[in-house]
Design a protein around this ligand. Structure first.
Ligand SMILES: CC(C)(COP(=O)(O)OP(=O)(O)OC[C@H]1O[C@@H](n2cnc3c(N)ncnc32)[C@H](O)[C@@H]1OP(=O)(O)O)[C@@H](O)C(=O)NCCC(=O)NCCS
Length: 137
């Protein structure tokens, strides 16, 4: 596991696409470029002998840690890579003094909820609101 390098861009975009994390309103290359300006050390990739197989993007805003774009290649799932990526991110966030990690799961994505429950996460009593400031398209 190591921080993302610019040369990982194509592999990470392909991973996110294979993991169905991309959406028309989020340009993944713009998301990567933005992340490289803010806590790039919290953008991690997992490399195995067969290449890049996982990635996760995290950040600490001084109150909460946030996790986005966690993905493990479909061919590598079920072997602990997702858990390992989250453990690494949690360790790095805690080292910054971050007291709690938040993340968003798309409504109806029950399997991913089970994954996070297995890692000790629980549903918060909050509804997520958002407001777009910069349109990607
Ligand atoms: C979610 C994801 C990252 C999990 O990666 P993974 O490497 O397969 O997960 P792990 O093998 O580390 O599993 C960790 C634990 O979660 C559980 N788990 C993983 N996927 C699960 C599923 N679909 N249903 C139920 N439990 C699951 C495992 O049983 C395991 O439990 P254990 O360690 O107690 O045995 C992967 O499925 C993925 O990339 N999904 C598509 C992208 C996505 O939706 N990302 C989340 C965005 S919020």
């Amino acid at each position: 596991m190591r921080p993302f390098h610019a040369s990982d861009t194509d592999a990470v975009v392909a991973l996110w696409q294979a993991s169905e994390l991309t959406r028309p309103w989020n340009d993944p290359r713009k998301d990567i470029a933005r992340k490289l300006t803010t806590q790039p050390e919290l953008f991690l990739v997992a490399e195995t002998d067969s290449g890049l197989r996982g990635a996760v993007m995290a950040g600490y805003d001084g109150h909460r840690g946030w996790v986005n774009y966690l993905a493990v290649d479909p061919s590598a799932r079920g072997h602990g890579l997702g858990r390992a990526l989250m453990a690494e991110v949690e360790q790095r966030l805690e080292a910054l003094g971050c007291p709690k990690v938040n993340l968003q799961i798309r409504e109806g994505n029950e399997p991913v909820m089970e994954f996070y429950r297995a890692l000790g996460y629980a549903r918060d009593g909050a509804v997520s609101f958002g407001k777009r400031l910069i349109a990607d398209s």
